[in-house]
Design a protein around this ligand. Structure first.
Ligand code: CO
Length: 252
């Protein structure tokens, strides 16, 4: 039922400061910004190839996002699947006994949206969205390659994503990691022990259209990062709490 990853949601202290990194240093085009009082946030969507990055600034410390920020600090908050009919999906999931936060879909920044409960998806907060008719896929210098999920129960988490969303497994060379294909991207499910005991969303990987230009831009913006030949790893202090890898090549 899902067509791909619509966006990845990141909680930040202040949108204006987060733009300096995500829009200016990484070069992701700002698609729209809006205040959503019902959600207690000011939110922005930036284009990132087939997907988008959603930045969330709490309007109020008692909102869900405000409490997340107080407890965990800035960083990855949720991700969202793109689906053709969120209303039908939500009815189907609820009929199957899946725990959801929203009983019915509602309007959000990404179109019609609904959230599932993290307990349904291995501790990950998952949103479903059916985007409006404003078009997608403006050219951007980065493309989402994969989203990394840490879990203490890899088999259970993998089977939850497979049965709820019909995701197929991408063959790998054995081992405890599992890759699930979603549109042009993938979810990589890894045992929590491999990622410092972290559970839930732990990292994002992008592939750069022009890797050398990206490095020059990061240097100009004084971003802190570890430089490899085919990949850079941004220091979370520069990327608002997100473990972010950016590769020169799409594969592996
Ligand atoms: Co979202």
């Amino acid at each position: 039922m899902v067509r791909g990853i619509h966006h990845v949601g990141i909680v930040v202290e202040r949108l204006a400061e987060a733009y300096a990194f995500y829009r200016d240093a990484l070069g992701l085009p700002l698609r729209r910004e809006a205040e959503l009082p019902a959600h207690g946030v000011r939110a922005a969507l930036l284009d990132a190839g087939d997907t988008e990055v959603e930045l969330l600034e709490p309007l109020d410390p008692d909102s869900g996002v405000g409490r997340f920020l107080a407890r965990r600090g800035e960083g990855l908050h949720h991700f969202c699947f793109d689906t053709p009919d969120v209303d039908a999906d939500l009815r189907d999931l609820r009929a199957r006994g899946v725990e959801t936060i929203d009983a019915t879909a509602r309007p959000g920044l990404a179109g019609r949206i609904a959230f599932l409960h993290p307990r349904a998806c291995g501790g990950v907060l998952v949103e479903l969205a059916t985007p409006g008719a404003d078009g997608r896929g403006r050219r951007s210098p980065l493309d989402l390659k994969r989203l990394v999920i840490g879990t203490r129960e890899p088999q259970r988490t993998v089977s939850a994503f497979q049965t709820l969303f019909g995701l197929g497994e991408v063959s790998m060379n054995g081992g405890p990691r599992t890759m699930l294909a979603v549109g042009q991207g993938a979810l990589l499910v890894v045992p929590a022990d491999e990622v410092g005991g972290s559970e839930g969303l732990v990292a994002l990987s992008f592939v750069a259209d022009d890797f050398d230009a990206l490095i020059r831009s990061l240097d100009r913006a004084h971003v802190k990062f570890l430089r490899g030949t085919g990949e850079v790893t941004i220091e979370p202090t520069s990327s608002h709490g997100v473990h972010l890898h950016i590769s020169r090549y799409r594969f592996p």
